[in-house]
Design a protein around this ligand. Structure first.
Ligand code: ITT
Length: 197
């Protein structure tokens, strides 16, 4: 594929997505490459609705095929929260540090069993012609009571990945891009693009 617009302003996502798209796309641009990239209002009830909304706006704005990633953390014992509110769990405009403090306090009284959680990623691919595809990926784990690790972004330091003795922030970029929710969704996206060729 020649040119793909990745409809995100999240720097952590961009680093991972660039690596996940290696060899597949000649030119990748993102919101940061445009002065007036649309600021999509993420008011959907699901990751899929928000991902589609972001990708549609980006495809119309840029005239190129667009890929949007809507993702977040789902904790069953918190009724599925923060879910689609993951980016603003601690309030509008909250940063990763504030969201992590909020997650720690919400999980304070949870038992080890209740700390089960999942990261979810939904990718929406939309072309200017109006073709739409959705791909999702999930990884399960446990919410830690103390942050661990310096890598990744967002809630990674508080997420102990199932099958590893390490938090998501203790994995290298290469390791995270093998096991993460995003990696799993991108595997499906790559297969789809290959099937078109
Ligand atoms: P864009 O909409 O511009 O892509 P955003 O950060 O607002 O950026 P989302 O609406 O999809 O993106 O919110 C996702 C939030 O979920 C993000 O801010 C993180 O806090 C969290 N999140 C998503 N993927 C994550 C990951 O791989 N590791 C840790 N936290 C993640």
């Amino acid at each position: 594929m020649k040119h793909l617009v990745v409809a995100t302003r999240n720097k952590g996502k961009i680093v991972e997505i660039n690596a996940l798209l290696a060899g597949l796309v000649d030119q990748i641009s993102s919101a940061a490459d445009y002065g007036d990239f649309p600021e999509t209002v993420e008011d959907g009830a699901t990751f899929e609705e928000n991902a589609l909304k972001k990708a549609r706006e980006a495809a119309v704005f840029s005239g190129f095929p667009a890929l949007a990633d809507d993702s977040g953390l789902v904790v069953d014992a918190l009724g599925g929260r923060p879910g689609v509110f993951s980016a603003r769990f601690a309030g509008e405009g909250a940063d990763d540090a504030a969201n992590n403090v909020h997650l720690l306090s919400e999980c304070q009284l949870l038992s080890e069993e209740q700390r089960q959680a999942a990261f979810v990623c939904v990718l929406a691919y939309v072309t200017p012609e109006g073709d739409e595809q959705v791909f999702s990926g999930t990884v399960t784990g446990r919410i830690l009571s103390v942050a661990r690790g310096e890598g990744g972004f967002g809630y990674d330091p508080l997420f102990l990945v199932d099958g590893f003795e390490r938090s998501m922030a203790e994995l290298t970029l290469t390791e995270k891009n093998e096991v993460s929710h995003r990696a799993r969704a991108f595997r499906k996206f790559r297969e789809y693009l290959k099937s078109l060729a």
